[in-house]
Design a protein around this ligand. Structure first.
Ligand code: 13P
Ligand code: SF4
Length: 341
């Protein structure tokens, strides 16, 4: 059912008043002239969310007008999966990439899950198929398969357990084995191997955003600014992680800034995240190397509005695949619950 918003998308005094609290919050990262373009969409999306009983779940890499303007929940992949399982709404709009929307659908099959643009994929998810996993199982019989959530539902369905960057080490250790197959992120797998005594069989998948960072680049930042705190995502290559003061998921990096309140910080990850976090910490200087994820950037306010108006694009997962994938995701969530996370 299509629900066109009756209002125009002009920056009227009414829209300015309605959206003023958000404008004040994001003033440091969104100039006034840009806000005038975003605000009518923000107001229209807020209204349609109410009429549809919908929520917007937004990943930390979404742009600030989405992250601060229309999201009901924000977070890393783990937090979005947890919210996908417990959210009370008829409709979930996933402002993130396709595998995140699929995970929400797998955990909440009774809900309508929308992704505003079907092109929002992921280079890691594209690097492996379910058939690849079946071949690996033939080659390494009995070795458990741990799969990063950045994969399709079909790949999750072939896996023993999922993980995110926030819990990969805990998930691998929870299995109590001396060898695992870890898919598909080679660098995250190497990081897990460095933090555990478990032998990790790797796959050569990479995140096209994080693989671009280099250790040399970070050494150059540090040389110019010795008080710089370097936080890096474990999807980065090993020589990058070797230069970092802290390695963690996007949410863990944000927590680290809050706990340590550095004078200067560089978040070695997708570039919108620094904008989102800078809003919370005006006293911290963010050094911002700008590696954008082209998939995350397919999600825009006009496309979120269009999704809510037309109820497109609905994410559908074959129920038999979803049931098996759900087992792998729920086993991951249970590890977190055992650890109180
Ligand atoms: P997290 O937010 O779970 O750390 O994942 C980063 C990422 O690249 C998601 O696509
Ligand atoms: Fe995939 Fe990397 Fe983009 Fe995340 S940042 S969606 S891992 S390509």
């Amino acid at each position: 059912m299509s629900l066109e918003v009756a209002r125009s998308l002009d920056y009227t005094p009414e829209v300015a008043l309605l959206t003023a609290p958000i404008r004040d919050r994001v003033r440091s990262v969104i100039p006034e002239v840009e806000w005038a373009v975003h605000a009518p969409y923000v107001a229209a999306i807020q209204e349609l969310k109410r009429r549809r009983n919908a929520v917007v779940l937004a990943h930390n890499y979404q742009t600030p007008e989405i992250f601060h303007g229309v999201a009901d929940f924000t977070g890393d992949s783990l937090a979005l999966a947890q919210q996908g399982a417990r959210v009370e709404a008829d409709v979930i709009v996933l402002a993130g990439v396709h595998f995140m929307a699929e995970t929400a659908k797998i955990l909440s099959p009774e809900k309508t899950v929308l992704i505003p643009d079907l092109r929002a994929g992921c280079s890691l998810a594209a690097s492996i198929t379910a058939a690849d996993i079946r071949l690996l199982r033939e080659r390494y019989p009995g070795v458990p398969v741990v799969t990063y959530v950045n994969t399709s539902a079909e790949v999750k369905a072939e896996s023993d357990i999922c993980c995110t960057s926030a819990n990969a080490v805990a998930v691998v250790e929870s299995l109590g084995v001396d060898r695992v197959i870890f898919l598909p992120d080679e660098y995250l797998g190497q990081y897990v191997a460095s933090q555990t005594k478990v032998e990790v069989i790797l796959w050569k998948g990479h995140c096209e955003v994080h693989e671009r960072f280099t250790g040399q680049e970070l050494r150059a930042y540090r040389a110019g600014q010795p008080d710089l705190l370097i936080l890096a995502h474990p999807e980065c290559p090993q020589d990058v992680l070797a230069e970092a003061d802290f390695v963690g998921s996007t949410a863990a990096m944000i927590r680290r800034v809050g706990e340590t309140r550095p004078r200067r910080v560089v978040m070695v990850t997708e570039c919108s995240m620094s904008d989102n976090v800078a809003v919370e910490f005006p006293d911290v200087e963010f050094v911002r190397p700008c590696n954008l994820c082209p998939h995350m950037k397919q999600i825009t306010l006009p496309r979120i509005l269009h999704a809510l108006e037309t109820m497109q694009h609905e994410v559908v997962v074959d129920p038999a695949v979803a049931l098996r994938a759900r087992g792998a995701v729920e086993r991951m969530l249970a590890v977190g619950r055992r650890e109180g996370k």
